[in-house]
Design a protein around this ligand. Structure first.
Ligand code: NAD
Ligand code: AKB
Length: 315
């Protein structure tokens, strides 16, 4: 267990990333030093202090920060790409105002460090799709992507103008067996494993050749911990870092699953999420994250598929 003094608040702890991040940080710092918060769901965190918190309520956030002596905030609450397109105004409000609430607390010196995730959704249809670099054309076409791009610019601005120590990663689609995804375009890559084991078939909402950047959740958590623990001078990008894991299409992941479940079959019925996926990169170059703070991924496609199937079977 790490003994430096960190009191951590996780906002949106009940979500796909939050559940795993809360567990990992509790292992590192002790559960009593990691406060989980969400709109509901205390029972998911029997060992952590838990607070009901609406991230849009700045006063309530401030009170929780004071009550627990919070130093570090991981702000995960957001509306993701698919749900965001269906609730555009609220997605914008939630994603932007909640970020401002956290950034302002740091500007006012109530907290000392923030983690806020961005996404590959910051890129858009005019971005080069293969080997997308850190610096390139960024014209996102979803409300979610627009909010993440604006969020990146604001993070950089708060760092430059107010010395706010905010750190960020552009996560690809995340795949883990411990928690369920919440309203994204890459969610199929989690659902497919559950359905392969449960029914042996899966109807995919993207077409068979839609290649997207993806990552095992363990790698995403590793990156999050690494960027938050790197010395400040190594974090040279204060908007958000590209982060690369693996890239595959539904057909490719289905073929890998068939190596373990030979009878597995997949069909395709693209819906509105196809247009979102088509606007995103197929692969990402993360040279800066590697050079600045030593990032590298550990999962390839065969290892990810084996890990997902083995653990879901046990679960
Ligand atoms: P999720 O939807 O699974 O979880 C979000 C959590 O936030 C939920 O538990 C929800 O109840 C909570 N929440 C929603 N509104 C809230 C509010 N007003 N106040 C407090 N909590 C609220 O999302 P996730 O997949 O865990 O993503 C977390 C962050 O990571 C988001 O910012 C998302 O954009 C980013 N991200 C995720 C992925 C991915 O593949 N999961 C990829 C790129 C970026
Ligand atoms: C989504 O599909 O919306 C997320 C993301 C890549 O940001 N998983």
């Amino acid at each position: 267990m790490i003994t430096d003094i960190q009191k951590i608040l996780i906002i949106g702890a009940g979500g796909q990333i939050g559940v795993e991040l809360t567990a990992k940080l509790s292992e590192m710092y002790g559960s009593s030093n990691v406060v989980a918060s969400d709109l509901k769901g205390a029972s998911a965190f029997p060992n952590n202090p838990f607070e009901i918190l609406d991230a849009l309520d700045k006063k309530a956030l401030f009170e929780i920060v004071k009550k627990h002596g919070i130093t570090h905030v991981y702000h995960l609450a957001a509306m993701l790409s698919a749900t965001g397109e269906q609730n555009p105004m609220f997605a914008w409000k939630l994603n932007m105002e909640s970020l401002f609430n956290v950034l302002e607390l740091a500007k006012e010196k109530h907290i000392s460090r923030i983690f806020w995730p961005s996404s590959i959704a910051v890129f858009g249809p005019t971005t080069p799709t293969v080997g997308t670099p850190q610096y390139t054309i960024m014209e996102p076409s979803t409300v979610y992507g627009i909010s993440k791009q604006a969020g990146e610019r604001w993070c950089e601005w708060y760092f430059n103008k107010h010395n706010v120590d905010v750190r960020s990663i552009r996560y690809p689609g995340l795949i883990g067996w411990k928690s369920a995804p919440g309203g994204g375009t890459t969610d199929y890559a989690v659902h497919i494993f559950h359905e392969a084991l449960k029914t042996g078939t899966y109807e995919c909402f993207l077409n068979e050749n839609t290649v997207l950047p993806m990552m095992h959740m363990e790698d995403a958590i590793k990156a999050t911990i690494e960027i938050m623990h790197a010395p400040s001078e190594q974090i040279k990008i204060r908007s958000s870092y590209n982060l690369s894991g693996i890239s595959f299409s539904p057909k490719e992941i289905a073929n890998e699953i068939k190596k373990h479940i030979p009878g597995f079959s997949i069909s395709y019925k693209p819906d509105f999420r196809q247009a979102i996926a088509d606007s995103w990169p197929k692969s990402i170059v993360d040279k800066e994250a590697r050079e600045h703070w030593g990032w590298s991924a550990t999962y390839d496609i065969p290892k990810l598929v084996e890990n997902m199937l083995d653990n879901l079977k046990k679960k």
